[in-house]
Each structure stands twice: as C-alpha cells, then as structure tokens.
Write a protein that binds this ligand. Structure first.
Ligand code: 2DT
Length: 212
C-alpha cells in the first residue's frame, strides 16, 4: 500500500466574520466527532501560545503597533510553525478542526488595503484543507449578536470589507453555510457536511498544498 492510499484524518477549517458562530460550532463538532469515536483535535489560529502568537496577541489587543505587512507575515509564520505537527497529526489519523486559517489571513490583511496576491504568497505550501466551512452572515446581523469585543478589527465597517475579501477566496473546498439561522440548524448542516469528508479521508484522499 503506498502512502497516499492510507487512511488519514481530515483537515476541517471554519471561517467567517467575528460573531458568525465559528467557535461554538467548532466545539459542537468536536464533541460530535469524539462521540463517534474519531480521533479529533480542535486547533485555532492565531495560536497565541507560541512566541510568535504572543506578538500577535499583543498586536490584536492594541498593546503593540506593527506595520501591516509585518503582522501579516507573523500570522503566516504562526501557521508555518505548526505545519509539520499538523501533517503528522493528519497522517496519524487525527482529524483537525481549525478555527480560522489562511483565508482569515488574506481576508483581514487585504481588507486593510494590502495587495491580495501578496497576502496569499506566504501561505502557499501550507496544507490545503479538505473542507472549509464558511459561516456566512450579514455583517450587520453578526454585529447585533452580543456586540464585539475590544480587539482590533472588531468594527462593523471593517468587517464589511473583510466579508467582501473572503468571497474572493472561495474555491472547491468551500461549503457556504447560512449562519444567520439558529445554532442547532447550523450544527445539523455542519455535521452532515463533515461526515462525508471524514469518510473520504479515511479512504485515502491524499494531502495537498494550498495555493502552490
Ligand atoms: P480570533 O478572535 O478568532 O482569535 O481572531 N486574523 C486571524 C488575521 O488578521 N489574520 C490571520 O491569519 C488570522 C488567523 C481575525 C483574532 C483576529 O485575528 C484576525 C480576527
């Protein structure tokens, strides 16, 4: 049996605006897959536990100022520092649910005015997700949900721009989920969609690279 036909875990990414429900849905999906007996872990980016992640966290909470290009590259570096661990986990059969990934990287930085292709370049070669669940919600509706926090980017006008840039990133791995519905309705659609992908990865779908 060659390596590409071996069973592996699925890389399932959640994307969407702030307050679109990503974190709740990630938690529910984690419990669901664990309940089915699948090896599964929940990851998130930025991963604020690493030293790069701490620089990002200071920036997001307005404790430090950084040039837009610099912070973009730090977000990317934060994914690169986890890449080999991600590959090892997937190959060992663990499904990874990831709260934000390269699409956030490009959508948020290009919404600030950075060149779209320049933003994509440092992401090329990271592991391509098997499935991107885009939790789609009008920015105004997301803003009504309990309000935003105090972090950078949590403002309606900016979120509207982010939504426009996200739409430019849609590809064949994307499933657009109407996230203005109830948590339960969204959860049901997420579970149905993900189950299919977990099975196709168990059947040996090879890993591929993002944007290269
Ligand atoms: P959370 O609130 O989900 O922790 O996100 N961001 C995120 C970027 O600008 N680039 C990236 O590559 C990633 C992963 C989105 C913190 C904020 O960081 C933004 C919201």
């Amino acid at each position: 049996m060659d390596a590409s036909s071996e069973s592996r875990g699925a890389l399932v990414v959640f994307e969407g605006l702030d307050r679109s429900g990503k974190t709740s849905q990630c938690g529910r999906l984690l419990s669901y897959l664990e309940g089915l007996g699948h090896p599964v872990e929940l990851w998130r980016f930025p991963d604020r536990t690493t030293s790069v992640g701490q620089m990002i966290s200071a920036y997001l909470s307005n404790k430090s100022q950084l040039d837009d290009h610099t912070i973009h590259l730090l977000f990317s570096a934060n994914r690169w520092e986890k890449r080999s661990m991600m590959e090892a986990k997937l190959k060992a059969g663990t499904t990874l649910i990831v709260d934000r990934y390269s699409y956030s990287g490009v959508a948020f930085s290009s919404a600030k005015g950075l060149d779209f292709e320049w933003c994509k370049a440092p992401e090329a070669g990271l592991i391509a997700p098997d499935l991107v669940l885009y939790l789609d919600i009008p920015p105004e509706k997301a803003a009504e949900r309990g309000g935003y926090g105090d972090e950078r980017y949590e403002q309606l006008e900016f979120q509207k721009k982010v939504a426009q840039h996200y739409k430019l990133l849609e590809d064949s791995a994307w499933k657009i989920i109407d996230a203005s519905r109830s948590l339960e309705d969204v959860e049901k659609q997420v579970k149905e969609t993900v189950s299919e992908y977990v099975v196709s990865c168990q059947k040996g779908k090879p890993l591929s690279s993002l944007w290269s």
